[in-house]
Design a protein around this ligand. Structure first.
Ligand code: FEO
Ligand code: CA
Ligand code: CA
Length: 634
């Protein structure tokens, strides 16, 4: 860890360095896995019979070619790029709407400049760093956006420090303020979209904003701290990655790599109460933190003082973007893990179903089904807490089932199931996945898609809980550095059903380098190839937009793929086309539409040095993408 720059390290890499997985994968098993992979693909299990099983005309031979001739994409796909700016197809345009450091209120002193990045005092009054999940709300005729700020690029945000290591409480507070959520009103004028800085709805939520903890685990001993003996009142929401939106108009923000903020001024983890210590290992909570050094300057993050504080993070948090005075709510009913996003749908009987992924190598896919039902205008209390949490088991025959996580199935008490959901998933034999990122439901069919971004440990190492990770149906390639998108169709067209059929919508790959499974599925070509699908959202037309967070060095296995990008897929034909390329170094993440569907808001996270306005400090930004004729864009 010491000779590796923690600023540049991925969350998973950091966790693995600090919590090495057991090296149990012997050579024979790797060979066996490789053979079974060839057999799997040779049998065209995932794609051929998948088309029949899913009832969609997929990818095979003449039908795919015929369908492609009638492409639903109203643009000419663009080539891969390696430069420092954004590209969109002819007939489209893009502009920066808001960047890290831009004031979101009137009269902010000390906002961004390229020397300091802005003052600590201004840091909770500006648009935060590393834009990620976002959702759009129309309220009283105003266009509101709720936007996550996932983490900080410490070397950029604290330019006066040595490589971004905080030198005191003031630096820590600045980092805490630059993360969390922005709720902003935006409006379109002659110069394009801008933040309405005198809006009564603008709000910053940070690592220190008061939160309420509700649901079955609220008040449990594992959630109590000296500052909060009730176990129901916490501070801050952190590592806000993906997002979701409820049918009743609230925002869901999802806490992902929360573990990296905690550290210990003592070194012995085994001094923690036994349940906490077990959870620390599975969730990657170490003594050093992830370089944020909060624990050295803010005792709340020092686990030797507050061993239960990490249990109060890793949740899905609900925010009412229309009520400035509302307290964000952490829903323990949705389980605690490294949440990517939360895709909310309704079952035919009105029960609320939330699909969620745990983004770590070999972790699981979950869904929550409420006990109560929702109808427009009806009460919402308990709908994200009172119900059952399930975990996915995928069978190689393209069927699957949702396994309930209950005291009977896991041998754990309910609160413990929710606080240590990973452990509960392992107890019932859930399928280890290749890092579940965003999940999105097709608005035109009862089917759901999930990006499985990559997993270099597939077939190589167990997950953090010791579950073996041999290749399996939806995760068919060992040392998978390209990723795939799995989709499932619930039986009886009911999202609350406990069984489903699945197939792979796409297996990313590089057909210019490989001629085996690593070339990708048949809908991957030299003209649309990409790696590491991550962000994803369906538009109202039923097309699926795919954003990438992958290797952009454009060499070796990734030659010709260029910078991270956004593509659009047709769920029926399997056709995929490249729509946007980001600047070198960035991840394209976060996507929503203006309420009139004439603008697409897209997040550009951690761009490279020469984007977008020059100067010493590159700035994450939300851009607005439109058709030049102001037509509907999604
Ligand atoms: Fe924050 Fe898994 O992406
Ligand atoms: Ca992501
Ligand atoms: Ca990612």
């Amino acid at each position: 860890m010491k000779d590796i720059d923690p600023v540049k390290l991925s969350a998973d890499d950091w966790d693995e360095l600090n919590f090495p997985r057991p090296e149990t994968c012997e050579f024979d098993r790797v060979v066996e896995a490789a053979i079974s992979r060839r057999g799997f693909l040779g049998g065209v299990l995932a794609f051929g019979s998948g088309a029949a099983a899913m009832g969609t005309g997929l990818l095979s031979g003449t039908s795919a070619q015929a369908q492609a001739a009638a492409s639903r994409f109203p643009f000419t796909p663009i080539p891969a790029q390696t430069d420092g700016t954004v590209h969109v197809p002819e007939g489209y345009e893009w502009k920066v709407m808001v960047r890290w450091g831009d004031p979101i209120f009137d009269g902010v002193e000390g906002a961004f400049d390229h020397e300091t990045g802005g003052t600590t005092e201004a840091s909770d009054k500006v648009f935060g760093e590393n834009t990620d999940g976002m959702e759009s709300f129309l309220y009283q005729g105003r266009q509101l956006l709720a936007i996550n700020h996932e983490y900080t690029n410490r070397d950029v945000n604290l330019p006066h420090t040595d490589g971004g290591t905080p030198g005191g409480a003031d630096d820590v507070l600045k980092l805490q303020n630059l993360q969390g959520i922005s709720v902003i009103e935006v409006a379109e004028g002659p110069e394009g979209w801008r933040v309405v800085t005198d809006s009564p709805f603008n709000r910053r939520i940070t690592h220190n904003t008061p939160m309420q903890i509700v649901g079955p685990a609220a008040g449990h001993d594992l959630l109590k701290t000296e500052a909060d003996p009730t176990g129901t009142q916490s501070l801050g929401t952190m590592n806000n990655c993906g997002s979701g939106k409820t049918p009743w108009g609230t925002y869901l923000t999802c806490e992902e790599n929360f573990n990296g903020y905690f550290g210990s001024t003592e070194t012995a983890q085994d001094q923690k109460p036994i349940q906490a210590a077990e959870g620390y290992a599975r969730y990657g909570i170490g003594t050093d933190g992830w370089g944020y050094d909060y624990h050295k300057w803010d005792a709340r993050f020092d686990t030797s003082v507050n061993p239960n504080e990490p249990h109060r993070a890793g949740w899905v948090v609900e925010i009412d973007p229309t009520d400035l005075a509302s307290t964000p709510v952490k829903h323990t009913g949705l389980g605690r893990f490294k949440h990517e996003n939360a895709e909310v749908v309704l079952a035919p009987d009105g029960r609320v179903v939330v699909y969620m992924g745990d983004d770590e190598r070999g972790e699981f896919l979950y869904k929550f089904v409420s006990n109560g039902t929702w109808a427009p205008g009806g009460p919402t209390e308990g709908l994200l807490d009172d119900g059952t949490l399930f975990v996915a088991k995928f069978n190689d025959d393209q069927t699957g089932e949702w396994l309930p996580l209950t005291p009977e199935t896991t041998g754990m008490e309910l609160a413990e199931i929710l606080i240590f959901a990973r452990k509960a998933g392992s107890a019932v034999g859930a399928t280890t996945m290749d890092r579940p990122e965003w999940i999105s439901a097709n608005p035109h069919a009862i089917e759901v898609y999930c990006c499985l971004t990559n997993n270099r440990n597939r077939g190589v190492k167990p997950n953090a809980g010791g579950d073996e990770t041999p290749v399996n149906g939806p995760n068919p390639r060992e040392v998978n550095h390209y990723g795939q998108i799995v989709r499932w169709r619930p039986h009886d067209d009911d999202h609350a059903a406990t069984t489903f059929d699945w197939d792979l919508y796409v297996m990313a790959g590089n057909p210019t380098v490989h001629d085996d499974a690593y070339a990708g599925s048949p809908n991957i070509t030299p003209g649309n190839m990409f790696n590491s699908p991550d962000g994803m959202a369906f538009d109202e037309n039923g097309l699926v937009w795919i954003q990438t967070d992958g290797d952009d060095d454009n060499e070796g296995d990734f030659a010709g793929m260029g910078n991270n990008q956004m593509l659009v897929g047709d769920p029926v034909t399997g056709e995929i086309a490249r729509f946007l390329t980001g600047p070198k170094g960035c991840e394209v993440t976060g996507l929503c539409w203006s309420s009139d569907r004439r603008t697409m808001f897209v997040g550009i996270q951690h761009p490279g040095g020469d984007w977008p306005d020059g100067g010493a400090l590159p700035r994450s930004a939300v851009i607005a993408v439109k058709r030049e004729d102001n037509g509907i864009i999604g």
